[in-house]
Design a protein around this ligand. Sequence first.
Ligand SMILES: C[S@@+](CC[C@H](N)C(=O)[O-])C[C@H]1O[C@@H](n2cnc3c(N)ncnc32)[C@H](O)[C@@H]1O
Ligand code: SF4
Length: 418
Amino acid sequence: MNLKTDLARIWLTRSLKPFVFKNEYDENLRFHGIDELGLYVHIPFCKHVCDFCPYCKTRYDQDTCDRYIDALISEIHIVGRQSPNKRKVTSLYFGGGTPALAIDRLGEVILEIRKHFDITEGIGIELHPDNVKVSVLRKLKELGFTKICIGIQSFLPKYQEILGRKAVDKEALAYVLEQVPFETVSMDFIFALPDQTFEDLKSDIDDAFALGANHVAVYPFIDFTFTPSGVEGAANKEKRKLLDQLTMYCKEKGYKRDSIWTFSNSEDAHYSSMTRDNFLGFGVSATTLLKDQFKINTFDIDAYCKRVDEKKLPTAMTLRFTQRQRMVYYLFWTAYSTNVDPERFRKFFGVPLKKKYGFELLVARFLGFCKLQNGIYKMTLKGAFYYHYFENFYTLAYIDKMWSVLRKEAFPKKIELK
Ligand SMILES: C[S@@+](CC[C@H](N)C(=O)[O-])C[C@H]1O[C@@H](n2cnc3c(N)ncnc32)[C@H](O)[C@@H]1O
Ligand code: SF4
């Protein structure tokens, strides 16, 4: 596996240099001149911790959560005040964990954000099905939330059991969603679970749209090395079959594919904290992507609060990009939206995409991974599968490795990703 990632990295970045994350950071982040900037806030508490979940989270307790929110507000202030005037940002997403567990304090967090940033495309939040109550959703609306994303995983009892989750009360869910509408109601599902058939997956997607979702995210199950989960995901061949059947089905139904894993039945429905050219992340484990660097905050809640109390940024590690590394990173995340616009690339880097990756794009077109339509590279079904395959690979080779280290050490010295 390493040989493959090594060769791909060396070829695409035109350098032998691995991605090197170091225990160093800038107190001043250069986000002022940047065109498109998104915000992400991580709240790492859950009532029950699921075995399969790789994200940075811990069991909820009110005192720790309060201390954490105080630190979060300070971190936003430390970063936000670096901009001489209010910065325009596209979107703000809250993820976790289960951010609605801190609902009584989300207003303070948003207030601090609004002191420094102008949000132009709305505010989103990830919800656990337990959070989907009329009182909670009304409160979220009052706070200015426009998008919600509910972690269903599967409506089928068999898969809820495999994943160690409680059954979702579909009727109650539909009732609440009807009472309190949002511009985007997304639902998360996990597929490629043991013996899962297309009929199983189709029934989940049909239920989601029937119960009030206008957007669904369908993620292939990933077995992270550090999670205690005993669930074995399907083989690649099965995954491809399911993904292709799902894509064709959504196409037939007229659903719009707005990223590799997401489909919607409405033009206005969007939910993605990832497909941004640049973003600032706040909270434990949150990442920040800027033109020259990628940084990741510590995963340790105590270490996070301590650093912020000292008025310093809680960054655990920074990767300083070479230009080619940044281009590869840019293309990887832009391709996630299934489209790559050469004009946007030129605007971002000041060089034509063709000049830098003309050969690779030609090969990708020749192999049937993408098509050029009205000047935009559009991913084909085949391309989407290979992208998914590559992403899975990248997740296990890079993200799994980083998170394994960061879960154990608050500020590791160095991590090299080859
Ligand atoms: C931060 S989590 C979920 C939000 C909420 N706390 C919940 O559990 O309902 C975001 C999403 O990641 C997906 N996810 C979590 N672990 C995964 C895994 N091992 N493989 C694939 N997707 C996963 C799930 O669909 C989940 O809803
Ligand atoms: S899946 Fe959701 S509820 Fe379960 S541990 Fe992960 S963030 Fe928490």
